[in-house]
Ligand binder design. Structure first.
Ligand SMILES: [Cu+2]
Length: 130
């Protein structure tokens, strides 16, 4: 009697735990923002548009664009970043973590240095050429 009752309780507890894990929902939600960007980032990646990709606090991708072209910025990090031209006027876009945004490339060809306004260690350059 003493042994049977606790074993039954353990079995029920295990069954409940497994059921809760399988049905999901609560675990990814509770895990916080680190898991959220992955599903969101996979949809822009499905359509490989030319653009800047921000990952691990670095700008990657996009060697050059045409003048006036729409540039996509995909942020794979869990925090917000910006693409801000160093000259302060050519372009600026804020992209929340796990989402994407766009800006219009300058119409004048040249190399435009840019940075993230939130993280001053993030630097890159946008090459605009016809
Ligand atoms: Cu940043």
């Amino acid at each position: 009697m003493r042994i049977t009752a606790p074993r039954a309780a353990v079995a029920v507890a295990l069954a409940l735990t497994l059921t809760a894990c399988t049905s999901g929902g609560t675990t990814p939600y509770g895990a916080g923002p680190s898991t959220a960007p992955s599903p969101a980032a996979s949809s822009p990646a499905a359509t490989p548009a030319p653009g800047i990709v921000i990952q691990n606090f670095e700008f990657t991708g996009l060697p050059s664009v045409k003048p006036g072209e729409t540039v996509t910025v995909t942020n794979l990090d869990g925090v917000s970043h910006t693409v801000s031209s160093d000259d302060g006027t050519s372009f600026r876009v804020v992209v929340a973590g796990g989402s994407a945004g766009t800006f219009t490339a300058p119409t004048k060809p040249g190399s435009y240095a840019y940075h993230c306004a939130f993280h001053r260690t993030m630097h890159a350059a946008l090459l605009v050429k016809p």
